[in-house]
Ligand binder design. Structure first.
Ligand SMILES: [Zn+2]
Length: 430
């Protein structure tokens, strides 16, 4: 196949030195990036003219639930502790695997159009959901949620996902992870089985941690100091574990998470909306945690837009630190690209634009009133850009979005397919 040469006003590589080429070019060959640098004098390949745009790595969303797209607008402004059992569970009970597959496709479409190229996705009925995720063209790690009450069936489903997709992101664009639901819904027996399966298969572990005060109280009732100590006692903190939220942690517990080199999926909009809290990210990061941003679900956010998530992360963490110099824009941009890729264990493949890495690339149109003047690309991307500014998306060298429109997916058809599931929820009490 002929190489593809992207020509843009700027190429922001987010390599270790955060090299910028202006103007710049990225040459794609097959699934990989062959060259990054100034535009070649005689480009060899098909030219994609992205003048008027900046090119950067595709965004990596470290925590989401694509099928929960269908719950947007149904769990608004509720008190702490009421969201999950009072609002979400009654909604979830109404939908079957086919509804979830269709809703997941709509969620994936939203993510793609917002410039997200990799997701860590987890939910129930993951065999059906993963089909949609795979069909969307996104890069994804998929995990079936595991609970005590359905442990045997959930573990069997997890093994089936591992059989089907494998656990190696270098071999498969979609791969499987293990996804115990949370510390309070997964007792020590189940978590020991998860650790055993992780050792045998090599799969990474994805778990919700310290999302609510009730979850912490349940850990204290089990005799642990908190959610992190509980997981640590079961060998479930460390670089192969992605802890989502990590909101309600004492200083000592935050330091424990960091000292083990645990990956943390930071979902600031979700934490603010559902709990009115900011997770102690600065403390975990200083202690050694790898932090990636996540949008969480569409009903916790209420949009799966990593540009918005970057801005919210920067602002809330500045407020939490009582320091406007904290969380500089470049750190936040890395939490959506290179550091997020590290959190998912895929930084050898994506997260920066470098020869030999996979061609997961996006372009943002800069010639709009909102994004001019263009003095500082990093600040503009973090504080001013929106997902709707993304015009171009490549995953594994395949162009999935062109001029802001999907190339292979049909938005009208996808929304029509998902509409019956949304209608089944229309009479639910808000
Ligand atoms: Zn979640």
């Amino acid at each position: 196949m002929k190489p593809i040469v992207l020509l843009a006003d700027q190429v922001l590589t987010l390599d270790a030195a955060a090299t910028v080429y202006a103007p710049g070019a990225v040459t794609i060959e097959g699934v990989e990036i062959r060259a990054v640098g100034p535009p070649p004098e005689r480009p060899d390949g098909k030219i994609v003219d992205l003048r008027g745009s900046i090119v950067l790595p595709g965004l990596v969303n470290t925590h989401t639930h694509s099928p929960m797209w269908v719950f947007r607008g149904l769990t608004e402004d509720v008190s702490r502790g009421e969201w999950l059992t009072g609002r979400l569970l009654p909604l979830e009970r109404r939908l079957g695997p086919d509804d979830l597959r269709r809703a997941a496709m709509a969620g994936c479409l939203e993510l793609l159009q917002n410039g997200v190229t990799t997701i860590a996705d987890r939910y129930g009925h993951m065999d059906a959901v993963a089909r949609a995720v795979d069909d969307s063209g996104l890069r994804a790690v998929v995990g079936h949620s595991l609970f005590d009450r359905t442990a045997d069936a959930d573990l069997a489903m997890s093994e089936r996902l591992i059989e089907r997709f494998g656990i190696d992101p270098a071999r498969s664009r979609v791969w499987a992870g293990l996804a115990p639901h949370a510390t309070d819904t997964c007792g020590p027996d189940l978590l020991r089985r998860v650790r055993g399966l992780a050792e045998r298969s090599g799969a990474r572990v994805f778990i919700h941690v310290a999302q609510s005060e009730e979850e912490v109280a349940a850990m204290v009732a089990r005799g642990a100091a908190g959610c992190a100590s509980y997981l640590d006692g079961l060998g479930l903190l460390g670089p192969d574990v992605v802890a989502a939220h990590a909101t309600y942690l004492s200083d000592a517990e935050a330091e424990l998470v960091g000292s083990r080199g645990t990956a943390v999926a930071h979902c600031p909009s979700s934490n603010a909306k559902l709990e009115g809290r900011v997770a102690p990210i600065a403390r975990m990061r200083r202690a050694g945690a790898i932090v990636g941003l996540g949008t969480d679900a569409a009903c916790c956010n209420n949009g799966m837009d990593m540009f918005e998530e970057m801005k919210v992360a920067a602002l809330l963490n500045k407020v939490a630190a009582d320091d406007p110099a904290a969380f500089p824009a470049i750190d936040v941009l890395r939490m959506a690209t290179s550091e997020a890729a590290r959190a998912l264990g895929i930084d050898h493949l994506v997260g920066s634009l470098e020869p030999g890495k996979r061609a997961d690339i996006i372009a943002v149109r800069t010639r709009s009133p909102r994004l001019q003047p263009w003095h500082d690309p990093v600040a503009n991307l973090v504080y001013a850009a929106r997902g709707s500014d993304v015009t171009t998306v490549f995953v594994e060298g395949r162009q999935l979005v062109r001029k802001g429109r999907p190339v292979f997916l049909d938005p009208e058809r996808i929304l029509a397919h998902a509409a019956p599931a949304a209608r089944r929820l229309a009479d639910v009490r808000r």
